[in-house]
Design a protein around this ligand. Sequence first.
Ligand code: PEP
Ligand code: MN
Length: 352
Amino acid sequence: MIVVMKVGSPEAEVARLSQELTEWGLTPEKIVGKHKVVLGLVGETASLDPLQIQEVSPWIETVLRVEKPFKRVSREFRHGEASQVSVSTPEGPVLFGEHHPLVIVAGPCSVENEEMIVETALRVKAAGAKFLRGGAYKPRTSPYSFQGHGESALSLLAAAREASGLGIITEVMDTADLDKIAEVADFLQIGARNMHNFSLLKKVGAQDKPVLLKRGMSATIDEWLMAAEYILAAGNSNVILCERGIRTFDRKYARNTLDLSVLPVLRSLTHLPIMIDPSHGTGKAEYVPTMAMAAIAAGTDSLMIEVHPNPAKALSDGPQSLTPERFDSLVKEMEVIGKAVGRWAQPAVALV
Ligand code: PEP
Ligand code: MN
């Protein structure tokens, strides 16, 4: 349920109302929107009559039921307003959300050695990326494939962060690694294979680094949003949803089916920012640029693109990785679409 307060409601009255609703056994969450304050109510609301709540304060404009199974992530919970997620970088916070410019995350699938990660960081930074991606702990289908360098790769990510000024995003596979990853990463990735790992979701929800939640490869949108609900319910509302392609009947030409229809669907269902990953979404470098541009045209808030200095030699996901040169030209192509939809950050004007 949500309680929408009238414009100009005194803060003391909102606090009194929250206190009273807490005494009723509910958990009110105050959301300060552009125009109004909303109290999102979580708990046993099914038996409550909205009119009962309405009577508690003359400052209540309306009380509405959230009909969806997901509450905190639902758009209704914020009375229709989009949320923004701020992620730190050495050069200051970067904002993700539908009222902000497109944010580009780029880098290799895995961190292989210091030279390649630092080189890739500098190249993608020069092209326009704000975050470097790179796996230290890799979820691989085969136990005999490269599993990532683990802890030693974390210090290489720290070196790349220092050298480039980019924020770092890397995947957490195991709750046991969370603390050491959070020391280096500005942003934690939950991979597609772990979208249903509820103990991991609770754990990243109980810490304060922002979380990128990838869609499980066979997850419905409702299941994905319920996974996000776990993170918000545990206390962390800084969540970004990442579409990375789903399994469909036809995998002959593309590794996955990149579901760009999630853009308008998620917009209507949730207030959370959205990222699209055309690299895992297609599995082939030659298809990545087209889908990246389509994602911008369809309104994505951010993109994740795999870039490797020598894709043919990559230890994982080489076939879908762009060279730094191709990434460079892609960003120039994306700028045209980004500007057309009003989502391109203006470069700082050089002072002469
Ligand atoms: C990755 O980002 O390298 C990755 C393993 O992604 P996903 O979880 O989407 O497969
Ligand atoms: Mn990958």
